[in-house]
Design a protein around this ligand. Structure first.
Ligand SMILES: [Zn+2]
Length: 409
């Protein structure tokens, strides 16, 4: 029974890859034996689809389907096959299988295009094993920092050693950098990992940007005191101040479309039921597709915190050390992708990506675009992660149509 010509075989491939795991629940960390097994399976599928496949110097699987002329510039399609611990099976793997389906479809028809297609299965997207991440896509973009080869995992194994054990030659990483003149763009399909498409009843969305992020901490110093003896009017309560500041962060985010702000951590010094807190520290995570909107919101949040601190007679120290700019999707590629969505009879829904992706490492060197696929309940990084064969089928048809209509210049 094949209800969905692309959705069903892609789902079968996802189930197949889910067998390559460290333990019962899906856990496939970078450069581990299950990663190697999954990489070899993907390379086999690439060869069956008429591609020349290899595992590159960072452990990415690279498959190439030549165009009408040899050595033509290539359109890159792909995603990642590493996972978090206790992962879902669709995150990353779905994009690799959709990319493979695009080439399988051409190969079955005996068709070549005026440009080459490359399918990439990155292995270092989730950043679970080593402190830094996106090593595979950074290498392709010519942005790999050799200093990270000395990073160690929790067992003390360096990235260099893990690469060598995987069969990779770290000395060749620099040679993986692509000539931007030979790359037409990078397109990735990925589950949304959020609830918007489900809420709106849509199978896919066209990504506008991978959000930039600011992260920092705010430490409030008040005066600790006895919960029974200090009158309300004489208190310098660090927790009450933190509560007011946290609500100010939420209010500012609500006032800006596409901006999200989260206080995910609140730490009290010596917390006790009968003590007025003397010190509280909370984190702030701020993300938006527009860097200008994000930085303006951050400035407003800082001044709101200062004003609340002043009114309450406490000290507040805000330090925001982390700033990652947004990766805008390429306008021309995104328009072309939107055209392919419309030709499938699906309304075009632009949506920013709140999570990070390999496109961040490639953006600025190559034009990038992304297609999001609806996932059940917006759940991701969890075994309950699910995308339906019907939605996967739509996404595969969009990418096939996109590639068929793509003009190299
Ligand atoms: Zn992912």
């Amino acid at each position: 029974m094949t209800a969905f010509a692309f959705g069903d075989p892609i789902t079968a491939g996802i189930d197949d890859l889910a067998h390559f795991t460290d333990g019962g629940r899906l856990t496939r960390l970078y450069l581990t034996p299950p990663h190697r097994q999954a990489a070899e399976r993907v390379a086999l599928w690439m060869r069956e689809a008429g591609m020349v496949a290899r595992i590159d110097a960072t452990g990415s699987v690279v498959g190439r389907y030549e165009g009408l002329t040899p050595d033509a510039p290539a359109l890159l399609l792909g995603s990642h096959i590493d996972t978090v611990r206790d992962a879902g099976r669709f995150d990353g793997n779905l994009g690799v299988l959709i990319a493979l389906a695009v080439v399988q479809n051409l190969h079955r028809a005996g068709k070549r295009l005026p440009f080459a297609l490359e399918v990439l299965a990155f292995g270092d997207e989730e950043g679970v094993r080593y402190p830094s991440t996106l090593g595979g896509s950074r290498a392709i973009a010519g942005r790999f920092d050799p200093a990270i080869l000395d990073e160690k995992d929790t067992a003390g194994i360096t990235r260099r050693r893990a690469l060598e054990d995987f069969g990779c030659d770290p000395a060749r990483i620099g040679a993986e950098a692509r000539d931007p003149g030979k790359v037409l763009g990078y397109i990735e399909a990925h589950i949304e990992q959020g609830p918007v498409l489900e809420a709106e009843g849509l199978p896919v969305a066209v990504v506008t940007a991978i959000n930039g992020a600011s992260r920092g901490n705010v430490t409030i110093t008040g005066i600790a005191g006895h919960a029974g003896t200090v009158p309300m009017t004489l208190r310098r309560d660090a927790v009450a101040a933190a509560a007011e500041m946290i609500l100010a962060v939420e209010r500012r985010a609500l006032a800006e479309p596409d901006l999200v702000a989260t206080v995910g951590r609140l730490i009290l010094q010596s917390p006790a039921t009968n003590t007025i807190a003397g010190q509280a520290t909370f984190s702030v995570d701020l993300r938006a597709p527009s860097d200008a909107a994000r930085l303006a919101a951050l400035a407003d949040i800082k001044s709101a915190i200062a004003a609340i601190a002043k009114a309450r007679g406490v000290q507040a120290e805000a330090s925001f050390g982390y700033d990652a700019p947004a990766a805008r999707c390429d306008a021309a590629l995104t328009d072309a992708l939107a055209g392919a969505v419309a030709r499938q009879g699906v309304p075009v829904r632009p949506l920013p990506s709140g999570a990070g992706h390999d496109g961040m490492a490639l953006s600025g060197v190559f034009p990038i675009a992304m297609l999001f696929v609806r996932c059940k309940g917006g759940i991701s990084h969890n075994p309950a992660e699910y995308a339906s064969p019907a939605d996967i089928d739509v996404a595969a048809r969009v990418l096939i149509d996109f590639v068929e209509h793509f003009r190299a210049n």
